[in-house]
Design a protein around this ligand. Structure first.
Ligand code: NDP
Length: 332
């Protein structure tokens, strides 16, 4: 059984010595556990935070243990009455050909009309509901309001922008590079795009949001958050979904210069973790699958192949080389 082991905790960018691909014994389930043969792995920016020692919304990945990640696969051994051998399941697995996990870490793959297993796993297990709860519950844009989305050509950001449009907002997306900006407007239907790698974000926000910004769906934090905070309207809302520009920081990151605007403009900033909303997944699924089946939701996958390429695929999230939801095919 080949698996990626967390050998040491990364400092800054993940190095080749931090995670090692090793061959070990085939795992066997203990009471309450299942063994899953991995077919697809989801590469998520948050995997970086799980490598740190600092506990977050979940415990750190133990040193010298398999690297954890969201997985889809088949049950090959079960010592739980939740699953039988042969069931297709998705949940928190590991970067391994086979993983042994508590049965509670997995769930069956729901059947949704018109959607493939890859779409349900890749877009509905984490990405779509994250965009849904952040835009619907926290940004809550009213028709005609201006919503800004960062990471707008990425998996979560592209869905967040399209939900904003579906609910009547004017949406400005921020992404890195001309091609991603073209996709933000042409493929994902946002009203305008800002290339943060080539343009002055603050000046472009001024031009594109002449009436100010009412809502911000933030995936990146850092200087882009700062620029948006400086242009927000009274009672604006920020859904703090992520802060990828800071995940590899090896020293404290300075707070936003425009922090005082949170007071002056009475801005509400709320962080959220999608897993807290699992009881409302059916509501999110209904909206997302409905829009998708009506041809109103575009999504893209970036599918790499082979367990050997896990680290390379993961790093694409940080270089911006991924073009859509980053998945790794481990087996057929
Ligand atoms: P994406 O598909 O958006 O891929 C990551 C993208 O981040 C890259 O393509 C790149 O786009 C951008 N990026 C990388 N480094 C930087 C940087 N320094 N500054 C600005 N942008 C950068 O990934 P996801 O959609 O899976 O995740 C997006 C965000 O959502 C992450 O912050 C993630 O942690 C968060 N998230 C939060 C969840 C929650 O429950 N709160 C759940 C799931 C995700 P570009 O080329 O445009 O730079």
């Amino acid at each position: 059984n080949r698996q990626w082991i967390l050998r040491q905790r990364p400092v800054g960018d993940v190095s080749d010595d931090d995670l090692i691909l090793e061959t070990g014994e085939m795992p066997h389930a203990d009471d309450g556990e299942i063994v899953v043969r991995t077919r697809l792995l989801s590469m998520d920016p948050a995997n970086r935070a799980w490598m740190n020692e600092t506990p977050s919304y979940m415990d750190p990945v133990p040193l010298n243990g398999p690297m954890l990640g969201m997985a889809l696969g088949e049950v090959t051994e079960s010592r739980s009455d939740r699953f039988s051998v042969g069931d297709t399941v998705m949940g928190l697995g590991s970067w391994s050909e086979y993983c042994k996990r508590p049965a509670a870490a997995f769930q069956p793959v729901p059947t949704l009309p018109g959607l493939s297993e890859q779409e349900v796993f890749g877009m509905l297990l984490v990405v779509g509901p994250t965009a849904y709860f952040g835009v619907h519950d926290i940004c809550a844009p009213k028709p005609g309001e201006t919503l800004v989305v960062s990471g707008a050509a990425g998996a979560v950001g592209s869905i967040a922008g399209q939900l904003g449009k579906a609910w009547g907002a004017r949406v400005v997306g921020i992404a890195g590079g001309a091609d991603k900006c073209r996709r933000v407007t042409e493929d994902y239907g946002m009203d305008a795009a800002i290339d943060y790698k080539a343009e002055n974000v603050n000046a472009r926000l001024g031009e594109l949001c002449p009436d100010g910004i009412d809502c911000y769906f933030d995936n990146v934090g850092g200087d882009i958050l700062d620029a948006v905070l400086g242009r927000m309207n009274d009672f604006a809302r920020v859904a703090q979904c992520g802060a990828i520009s800071m995940y590899n920081a090896d020293k404290p990151v300075p707070g936003p210069y425009n922090y005082i605007n949170i007071v002056m403009r009475r801005i509400k900033i709320q962080g959220f973790i999608v897993l807290d909303h699992m009881d409302r997944y059916p509501e999110a699924f209904e909206v997302l699958a409905g829009l998708r089946n009506d041809g109103k939701l575009h999504w893209d996958f970036d599918l790499d192949e082979g367990l050997d390429n896990a680290l390379t695929a993961f790093r694409k999230l940080y270089s911006g080389d991924n073009t859509g939801k980053m998945l790794l095919k481990v087996a057929d």
